[in-house]
Design a protein around this ligand. Structure first.
Ligand SMILES: [Zn+2]
Length: 430
């Protein structure tokens, strides 16, 4: 035992604790630095079964207290409100704790709501009465309410919330929100439709999923079209005897629609060329002399044999890596807009936006002069970075400055003065 138990502070907690439970008074302390330092000195192995469970509960309350402090720190760093429409402070948080810009936005926005608009939830978190997950459920469910309505919901659900699982608490929250704003279901539907989205999700084994979230009625229409095309093809090719399942036929039908769109000359262009799917493969592997994995842009490595089969088809853009291309690509001061050949090279080199942690594909980024053209910066590979629109604006207006190092590392100096390093992305890194 690392500290003595002051007899005066033993409290009767009203539960059936075995008489003389040594650490009762520690488990009863409100969460905070004092309780934490005492808990740190308790050796769990020395406790009986009853107190081991209480130790878990005590740490859970500490965790909630820490979460409350963390929300305050996030709001202090990012500000109680976005400083402007771009909310650059979110990028500082993303770079500092190595999470995506999207995740950082979610964290900062939730912290602003908890600290600024949900006093009862914040207090319950600080006293360890609810977990951060309970608090985030409140943030989610009151998103479409004004501050007064949100506080009314809080007053109905937060007392006693810690006795419910997050799922049960969320159901209670929804009932309370519906009482406070009866037409909430329609408002939620409209808001959800506004947030519709398509996401690319890399999976193992050279596979990936495309997940589209949309209004149920649109999803039904889309699925029915794909299903009809798939069934027609399935019947034409011998049904089950063909050995191809209806699920696979649906995927083929969907992919077929995408390829038909790719072949359409009116498809919008990006960097002066039509949307293309890009494969990077080294020369030796392309000609079958080696089997180094190739890179499917926006996904990661795929087996050399799969890449060779794809590269033979016309609808893929093949980029054959050659380490000695630099001399072709320095166009000096004769041009501001990078020529297409240079843009192609930059897209292949950078693959994604040059901001730390950003995964926006380079093909949808702008080529940006590291040293501005007006200040003598050259239009060459060594002075150009691919930046997505958001991070391009952040460099121009958000007081973030990138610096290119000789080894290709990009050092970003943030608005708050921190340095974040983005190592050059290898062609064969996922
Ligand atoms: Zn970016």
């Amino acid at each position: 035992m690392l500290f003595a138990m002051p007899a005066a502070e033993v409290v009767d907690d009203g539960v059936d604790a075995p008489a003389g439970s040594l650490f009762s008074w520690v488990f009863e302390l409100p969460p905070g630095p004092e309780a934490m330092s005492l808990l740190c000195s308790i050796d769990a192995a020395s406790l009986d079964d009853f107190d081991r469970v209480r130790l878990v509960q005590a740490w859970e309350r500490q965790h909630a207290w820490l979460s409350a402090r963390q929300q305050e720190a996030l709001v202090a760093a990012a500000g109680p409100k976005p400083a402007n429409g771009d909310d650059w402070a979110v990028e500082e948080v993303a770079a500092a704790i190595k999470i995506s810009g999207r995740a950082a936005r979610g964290r900062v926005e939730a912290a602003r709501v908890i600290v600024g608009s949900l006093p009862a939830t914040r207090e319950a978190l600080e006293f360890g009465e609810v977990s951060l997950r309970h608090a985030l459920a409140v943030v989610d469910e009151v998103a479409l309410l004004d501050d007064d309505q949100a506080r009314e919901v809080e007053s109905r659900v937060v007392p006693g919330a810690g006795n419910r699982t997050v799922g049960g608490f969320r159901r209670k929250l929804r009932r309370a929100v519906a009482m406070v704003q009866p037409d909430i279901a329609l408002a939620r539907h409209r808001s959800a439709v506004a947030e519709r989205d398509v996401r690319f999700i890399p999976l193992d084994d050279g596979m990936a999923a495309v997940q589209a979230t949309m209004a149920a009625v649109d999803a039904r229409a889309l699925f029915d079209v794909i299903d009809t095309l798939a069934r027609a093809r399935h019947a034409a090719e011998g049904g089950r005897r063909s050995g191809v399942g209806i699920g696979a036929r649906r995927v083929d039908a969907l992919v077929c629609l995408a390829h038909a769109a790719l072949a359409d000359r009116s498809l919008p262009k990006s960097h002066g060329r039509r949307v293309e799917v890009q494969i990077v493969i080294d020369a030796a592997s392309l000609f079958g002399l080696a089997d180094h994995p190739a890179q499917l842009d926006g996904y990661g490595p795929i087996p050399a044999q799969v890449a060779r089969e794809l590269a033979a088809g016309a609808r893929w853009r093949r980029l054959v890596t050659d380490p000695v291309t630099g001399y072709l690509l320095d166009f000096g001061r004769t041009t501001y807009r990078p020529p297409k050949r240079l843009t192609d090279y930059l897209i292949a080199r950078d693959r994604v936006c040059a901001m730390v942690g950003c995964t926006k594909p380079a093909v949808r980024c702008d080529a940006d002069h590291g040293v501005p053209y007006q200040r003598g910066g050259r239009t060459c590979a060594a002075n150009l970075l691919m930046l997505c629109r958001r991070h391009h604006r952040m460099k121009t207006h958000g007081r973030w400055k990138p610096r290119l190092e000789p080894d290709g590392t990009i050092v970003w100096v943030s608005a708050a003065g921190h340095e974040y390093r983005q190592r050059p992305r290898s062609q064969l890194d996922p």
